[in-house]
Design a protein around this ligand. Structure first.
Ligand code: GDP
Ligand code: IMO
Ligand code: MG
Length: 431
């Protein structure tokens, strides 16, 4: 049995999509297990660029199956948009190449409307969400008023559930001064989407359990990153799901022992989109240089990403929460020519050194990172394919990170394309 979970270790956008695209080559099935269309993954393969939000990043491998699990919140409009784009490119042509869980909760237009209305009403206290309706949809799931993919398939039940839900939703929208939703218009839209979704729908938990029992390698694709986890991240400036590897088990209905390895993906520096604590954020012109060099613009919202030094204190925490058996460091090429490189190894709170992550987001205003400085490099790295061919300061940077978090580096990414990768060891076999 081989299963590998890939999770982001920072604030998202670590390059998980690229990593999953490569690792999909070793798997039979690639499964998204949490989050929703708040995710944005850019894949570059043989000159072609594809951006996915819901479709798993294994989609560019012909003959591999992809699945969207029960704990993913599914926006039918976004999924169908991606399916159209991929099919126009000659992808997803096999009927069973994508399965969508019948248990997944549906992101309704009113979830997106509420997300936007709340953010606007919050003013300077806003979270800076992706406005994809993630929070409101997951609230409905937890309060047991959500509408699931299986409900879309039963027209009478759908009418009943939507009509009853809209009573409260429209009162909430009115509270924010937002337009009421008309039941007949929404139902018309949902029925049309349901017809198109029907061929993709199935029991994804069952599919995964069966594949694992048959000894087939399964790859689980995480979205966001550990620091955005609703329980373990910088609450309330987080997303509304668990982003840690453990979420695979609850999300898909798998016993914990069925996961053999976890790869954590981290950028060689840090970025964050949206509001919230970011201890190593660069306030200077180097941050802007990094943003330009790394193309740090959100794939989902087009917002510039905030940039900062690598935060090893946060990374060590994320590794321990995520239980990583291997590490992939991405975007090392972006650091070329930046001069000496700072890495945060701890924080100072009111003059005292702390090694753990504060629970209270407000405390982050008072903490200062404790930095060590490592030698930088000027060489371009995009052509390097072997660890031993990397310039010595790059290898020392990698070793420093790996030793600090006590996890071996299994992959290094030196450019956005599939080929710009150094494979150190197969992370499927790394326990
Ligand atoms: P994800 O959300 O974790 O999948 O990451 P995104 O796709 O949102 O953001 C990562 C961005 O960096 C994308 O534009 C990738 O094409 C790009 N990228 C990934 N790895 C590398 C790398 O090693 N070097 C460079 N320069 N770009 C990379
Ligand atoms: P990928 O998978 C980066 C951030 C938002 C916001 C917070 C809450 O591409 O790494 P939400 O819409 O989830 O309610 O927003 O979480 N966020 C991400 N940041 N990458 C992502 O996904 C993100 N998904 C959500 O910017 O700060
Ligand atoms: Mg992203």
């Amino acid at each position: 049995m081989a299963s590998l979970v890939v999770v982001g270790l920072q604030w998202g956008d670590e390059g998980k999509g690229k990593v999953v695209d490569i690792l999909a080559g070793f798997a039979d099935l690639v499964v998204r297990f949490q989050g929703g269309a708040n995710a944005g993954h850019t894949l570059k393969v043989e000159g072609e660029e594809v951006v996915t939000h819901l479709v798993p990043s294994g989609v560019l491998h012909p003959g591999k199956r992809c699945a969207i699990g029960p704990a993913v919140v599914l926006d039918p409009e976004q999924l169908l948009l991606e399916v159209d784009v991929l099919q126009a490119k000659g992808r997803l042509s096999e009927p069973d190449s994508l399965m969508v869980s019948n248990r997944a909760h549906v992101v309704m237009p009113y979830h997106k409307q509420l997300d936007g209305a709340r953010e606007q009403a919050s003013g300077s206290a806003k979270i800076g969400t992706t406005l994809r309706g993630i929070g409101p949809c997951l609230e409905d799931k937890m309060s047991r008023s959500g509408i699931r993919v299986c409900d879309l398939m039963d027209s009478d039940l759908l009418t009943e559930r939507v009509t009853s839900r809209l009573a409260e939703v429209n009162a909430l929208l009115a509270h924010y001064g937002s337009d009421a939703v008309k039941a007949d218009e929404l139902l018309h839209l949902l029925r049309a989407q349901a017809d198109r979704l029907r061929p993709f729908i199935g029991d994804v938990g069952e599919l995964v359990r069966t594949e694992l029992s048959r000894g087939r390698p399964v790859l689980f694709e995480g979205a966001q990153g550990v620091m955005l986890d609703v329980d373990h991240g910088t609450y309330p400036f987080v997303t509304s799901s668990n982003t840690v590897a453990g979420a695979v088990c609850a999300g898909l209905g798998l016993a914990p022992g069925r996961l053999s390895s976890v790869m954590g993906v981290a950028k060689a520096y840090s970025t964050r989109v949206g509001e919230g604590p970011f201890p190593t954020e660069m306030g200077d012109e180097r941050g802007i240089r990094l943003q330009k060099a790394g193309g740090e613009v959100g794939a989902t919202t087009g917002r510039p990403r905030r940039c900062g030094w690598l935060d090893l204190a946060a990374l060590r925490y994320a590794v321990s929460v995520g239980g990583c058996t291997s590490l992939c460091l991405t975007k090392l090429d972006v650091l070329s020519g930046l001069g000496p490189l700072k890495v945060a190894v701890a924080y100072e709170l009111d003059g005292e050194r702390i090694e753990s992550m504060p629970a209270d987001a407000m405390l982050y205003r008072r903490i200062k990172p404790v930095y060590e400085e490592l030698e930088g490099w000027d060489e371009t790295l995009g052509e390097v394919r072997e660890l031993s061919d990397l310039p010595a300061p790059v290898r020392r940077y990698l070793d420093f990170v790996s030793n600090f978090v006590n996890v071996p580096v299994a992959m290094v990414s030196v450019g956005p394309s599939r080929s710009e990768t150094i494979m150190v060891q197969n992370p499927f076999r790394n326990r």
